[in-house]
Structures are given as C-alpha cells and as structure tokens.
Design a protein around this ligand. Structure first.
Ligand code: FPP
Length: 236
C-alpha cells in the first residue's frame, strides 16, 4: 500500500465493554486485548509501519478498582517477563514511556531487562505507554531541563529542546492515531506528539481489532492530504 504511516499510535479502548458483552469479567477483556496486541505487532510490521506506540496504562488508570489495577499490572508484568524470546525472534525494539518511577521495583527491573535485551534490534519500534500521561510527560521534561540547564537555556527554550527531553526523544511523531470502540477523545495520550497527526476512530472494541480493521484505517490515512498547517502544491 502506498503512503503508509511511519509511526502508528493506538488508544486500546473497549476491553471492559467487550468482556461485559460476553458476560465475562473485565479482566478477561484485558487478557484478550494483550493477545491481540502481540499479534498486531507482527501485522503492522508487515504493512511497512516502523513505529508502533500503544496506551496500556494511564496516570489516571490508578483510579480504577484495585482488583482491576492489580490484574492489569499482572498482565504487564507477565508481558515484560515472558515476551523477551518473542521480541528477539521478531526483531522488536521494545520501549516503555511514562513515569516508570511510579511502578513497583520488580516491574521496573523487568522493563529494564526487556528494553536492554531488545535495544539493538532493527525491526519494529514497539513502545508501550505505562503510567503515562501527556501532561505528566511534559511537566517531567520541563523539570528535568530546569534541573540540568542554566537560566539562559531555559529562557531560550525551543520546541526542539522540549521534544528532546520527552520520553519519546528520538522517535518521529505519530502520523496516525487510532482509537477503538467508537470513543473520540485523546485522553491525555501523546499531547505534544499528536500535534499534526491524523486521527481515525474504529467502531470495534480493541479485542475485536484485526488486520481488516487496520486496513480500513490505513486506507483512510492513505486518502488524506496532510498540510501541517500550510498548503499543498496546487492549493496556492
Ligand atoms: C482500555 O479499555 C484498556 C486499558 C485501560 C488497558 C489496555 C491494556 C492492554 C490491552 C493490555 C496490556 C498491554 C500489554 C503491553 C501486554 P477499558 O478497560 O477502558 O474498556 P472500557 O472503556 O470498555 O471499560
């Protein structure tokens, strides 16, 4: 397909509703969602996408019932521990963005191990947003700069300086954002990075997302003209 996004970001929404509809506990939706996500890493790479970033747990998700938070943390813990082999086989470079200092020590260790093991892989750049909030990321970046740089640097701060201090430093901004389950909100995801991204809202819940749904989003993306605030040739 022509005009494939280099960077695809997805808000994985609807796991709970998917489970409820089937008469299952909400956690069954998260388990199904995690399975779909692993398959999708292979599908997106086959489409020619180089960066794939997903919203797995937000800074606001701690407000969910404690048993759901515990179940999600277990799922993420299991993923970090058990996916090293598959990530190596598929040449994935896995990164986690978000405030890792707010996670349990053992989870931080497993994340470090997975990131280091896959650091030199040259396939899909798979990024998981965990304990992530867009506002929190910007505040952490500004605090980091303020503690490391002098006042003249801070007074002359540029767009590029801030980009380089974000968790996503070095990654291109997403070209396409997909949100599933018919919700049309950004929910504090990649606030800075989505400035000029195209948005696509899929009706299906995340556990029902598949290659055919991805193709619909990619076709929609391919048909759009991106202007980045300017004009394209012929519109002058
Ligand atoms: C939104 O559905 C989904 C989440 C808050 C969690 C997403 C996490 C995963 C799919 C799995 C973990 C990821 C990895 C890397 C293994 P919701 O619960 O808000 O659904 P609802 O809106 O229907 O209630």
């Amino acid at each position: 397909m022509a005009n494939v996004p280099e960077h695809l970001a997805i808000i994985l929404d609807g796991n709970g509703r998917w489970a409820k509809k089937k008469g299952l506990p909400r956690n069954a939706g998260h388990v199904a969602g995690a399975r779909v996500l692993e398959d999708m890493c292979e599908v997106v790479w086959d489409k020619g996408i180089k960066y794939f970033t997903v919203y797995a747990f937000s800074t606001e998700n701690w407000n969910r019932p404690s048993d759901e938070v515990a179940a999600l943390m277990k799922l993420l813990r299991d993923y970090m521990k058990n996916s090293v082999k598959r990530a190596m086989k598929n040449n994935l470079r896995v990164r986690v963005i978000g405030d890792k200092s707010g996670l349990d020590e053992d989870l931080q260790d497993s994340i470090r191990t997975l990131e280091e093991a896959t650091e030199l892989n040259t396939g899909l750049n798979f990024t998981i947003a965990l304990n992530y909030g867009g506002r929190d990321e910007i505040v952490r970046a500004v605090r980091k700069l303020a503690s490391e740089k002098d006042i003249d640097f801070m007074r002359g701060l540029t767009d590029k300086d801030l980009s380089c201090a974000l968790d996503t430093a070095g990654m291109p901004d997403p070209d396409l954002l997909i949100r599933t389950c018919a919700e049309e909100r950004i929910s504090n995801f990649l606030l800075w990075q989505l400035a000029y991204s195209e948005f696509y809202f899929a009706d299906v819940a995340w556990p029902d997302f598949n290659e055919a749904e991805l193709d619909k989003a990619l076709e929609s993306y391919a048909s759009r003209t991106r202007r980045f605030g300017g004009l394209v040739k012929g519109e002058e």
